[in-house]
Design a protein around this ligand. Structure first.
Ligand SMILES: [Zn+2]
Length: 197
């Protein structure tokens, strides 16, 4: 897995495409970030004696697209997205689901551990993507702190930087769009006293 911080950042970044946040951007970013980091709580299954490779253990059902869809609906409920109408609720749930699904997808590009049960419960297979540049984050604290520098470097390169570029492009695109719309609105306003000339 990438570190929980990187999963959180990915979810928070995805929250920017959610509709009608109306001054609640930080709350959306926080909730989406938590949804994206949440699937790794499945490591507690180890303490219950559930073996790695079991659908209910690490990288199993909790990392699937189906579970992400459920988390998306929970996220939209927490954010009371229904206040903006049913359409807004379901779009928010979908974007929150994408944030939660980003967890499994990021795990699929790590270079270690067991594959991800991304299609559970419909398919019990464990999958990786062909390109796996992110260093896996070990469970053991001693091993983790021994290699934490390399892990963070690989996450900055392959996750943080692309997210920062995408986020900046999105903000610039939005500004240009709004500027164009404002200009169009002013162009549509008739000049005072122009009638009858
Ligand atoms: Zn994970």
């Amino acid at each position: 897995m990438p570190t929980p911080l990187t999963h959180f950042i990915a979810g928070a970044a995805i929250s920017q495409v959610s509709p009608k946040t109306r001054g609640r951007h930080l709350r959306y970013a926080f909730v989406f970030g938590i949804l994206a980091a949440l699937p790794d709580l499945d490591f507690t299954a180890f303490f219950l004696g559930i073996p790695y490779g079991h659908p209910l253990c690490h990288r199993g059902f909790s990392h699937s697209l189906a579970f992400a869809a459920v988390l998306g609906i929970i996220g939209a409920l927490i954010l009371r997205a229904d206040r903006n109408g049913a359409r807004s609720f379901w779009i928010t749930a979908m974007v929150a689901g994408v944030a939660a699904a980003s967890h499994g997808l990021l795990d699929m590009v790590t270079n270690g551990g067991l594959g991800v049960g991304i299609l559970m419960p419909f398919d019990g297979g464990r999958f990786f993507l062909p390109f796996r540049p992110i260093l896996v984050s070990p469970f053991s604290p001693a091993t983790f702190f021994a290699v934490v520098g390399s892990i963070i470097r690989s996450e900055i390169l392959w996750v943080w930087l692309p997210l920062a570029v995408g986020s900046t492009a999105l903000q610039c695109g939005r500004k240009l769009w709004n500027k164009g719309r404002d200009r169009q609105q002013w162009a549509d306003v008739p000049l005072v006293g122009s009638e009858g000339e």
